[in-house]
Ligand binder design. Structure first.
Ligand code: SF4
Length: 181
């Protein structure tokens, strides 16, 4: 019987949530027995090859490319999981949300203390994805079925959530795995 497929993506995130997923250590072998990975930076598959049972999304949406990828995941995945604080609430990238976009560009490319930019140009190649007015958590763009907060969520949290979702069990994680004080 064909194994269910899992796809993953990193939008406006730092890849820390992906690192945490790989931190399941030798259980990665069990995971590979349970699922096939589809589109994911883990295997560098760039396009969906079929329907996926689970899509794991790290990061929120800071540009139009993030929105396109997130909508594509919604279309191809039965269960879409917002993985980590950036996906569930914008996280660190959303710290720019209170600052006008023009000031963000100025700080990043012109006036920031570490900026070296003799040409005084702000990147404007048409191939660059259009930046959004603010960073949007995933659920403000598409329907999200499951939220795993944390920066990053611990490997055990990700593992137990994946096993529950793959075996159609209720997602009842123990308190120790979802407390962050
Ligand atoms: S939640 Fe934390 S670890 Fe995950 S992408 Fe955001 S900053 Fe990185």
């Amino acid at each position: 019987m064909a194994k269910p497929k899992v796809a993953t993506a990193s939008l406006a995130g730092c890849f820390g949530c992906h690192m945490s997923m790989l931190d399941i250590d030798d259980r990665i072998l069990k995971l590979i027995e349970l699922v096939d990975f589809d589109k994911s930076p883990v295997n560098d598959i760039k396009e969906f090859t079929g329907r996926c049972r689970i899509g794991l999304i790290e990061g929120g949406c800071c540009n139009e490319e993030n929105v396109r990828v997130l909508r594509e995941f919604r279309k191809h995945c039965d269960i879409l999981v917002a993985l980590g604080d950036c996906a569930t609430m914008g996280g660190i990238p959303a710290m720019r949300n209170g600052i006008p976009l023009k000031e963000c560009f100025q700080g990043a490319y012109l006036s920031g203390p570490t900026v070296y930019n003799p040409s005084r140009t702000v990147p404007n190649d048409p191939e660059l994805p259009l930046i959004l007015d603010r960073v949007y958590p995933c659920q403000e763009v598409v329907k999200i079925d499951c939220f795993l907060p944390g920066c990053p969520p611990p490997a055990d949290t990700i593992w137990q959530a994946l096993v529950a979702l793959l075996t159609d069990k209720p997602l009842a994680l123990p308190y120790e795995l979802i407390k962050y004080d």
